[in-house]
Design a protein around this ligand. Sequence first.
Ligand SMILES: NC(=O)c1ccc[n+]([C@@H]2O[C@H](COP(=O)([O-])OP(=O)(O)OC[C@H]3O[C@@H](n4cnc5c(N)ncnc54)[C@H](OP(=O)(O)O)[C@@H]3O)[C@@H](O)[C@H]2O)c1
Length: 262
Amino acid sequence: MSEAVPIGWGRRLLPRLDGAGREAEGLVHGDTLFGPTEQAHHGRPWVAANFVSSVDGRIAQNGSAAGLGSATDKALMRRIRFEADAVLHGAGTVRAERFTPAVPPLLSERRVREGRPPQPLGVLVAGNGGLPLQHPYFTAASPRSPRLIWTTDPSLGALARPGIIDVRIVDAPRVSLHGLLADLLARGVERVVCEGGPGLFTAMVRDGLIDEVFLTVAPRLLGDAPSLTLGALPGGCSLRPRSVYQRAGELFLRYTVDAGAG
Ligand SMILES: NC(=O)c1ccc[n+]([C@@H]2O[C@H](COP(=O)([O-])OP(=O)(O)OC[C@H]3O[C@@H](n4cnc5c(N)ncnc54)[C@H](OP(=O)(O)O)[C@@H]3O)[C@@H](O)[C@H]2O)c1
């Protein structure tokens, strides 16, 4: 069956790893994941989501995604961040994981050589669930690695640091995701990668704000654990496979979200 043949994305677009699985000297130069078709549209940036899941669609084990993906998956995550202007997360992920939205120095230097800011803008959507204020997401922010927080919680104004952490407090029950993306475009952000979690991702899909999905499928079953989507998706959402790649048992899938979905 022709559908079974891997399409599009070949070996060249995967990060290059050395024998020990570490990311070797950068990535394949000249190759890009985002091109002329991945452009801002409808008054908002292009938005790709990136997740890793088990074969049974679970995205966390014991409350964390750490350990789910291989070194290749992590290198691909850094590669997508490298090409994006902003990296978007929901508050639940900051509560669950220790991470920053930054790329490592090698990729940061390459961004600068290309005339881009050293780091993608870290963007966080938060409600009133509280945030761990000593989290590296905030403490590692700097003028070279800034953050933007959109929240309904006025107390998060305490996180604001001029030129480092910009806090937008919204006087509404929920942050408007359309409004947030329009604001990002006005700040010059043309490509966003949404790294979840499922609560934010599902809301974005529901609002028709996801253009494509990168999904790494780890060769594991996890059983009772949170899945990629959380909450209702009336009518579902159709995805068109764009590329498939396999390495060491792990599948790297890329889907385009059908226009009009959401
Ligand atoms: N496998 C993977 O690739 C992957 C990736 C990311 C995360 N994860 C896992 O996913 C889990 C966390 O997922 P999650 O769904 O709980 O969290 P999430 O999607 O990161 O964040 C959801 C939270 O974001 C805030 N939020 C979202 N939309 C909002 C809006 N329109 N207005 C205001 N606030 C909004 C709310 O914060 P408040 O709660 O403050 O109201 C909401 O509870 C963790 O276990 C993490 O390990 C896995």
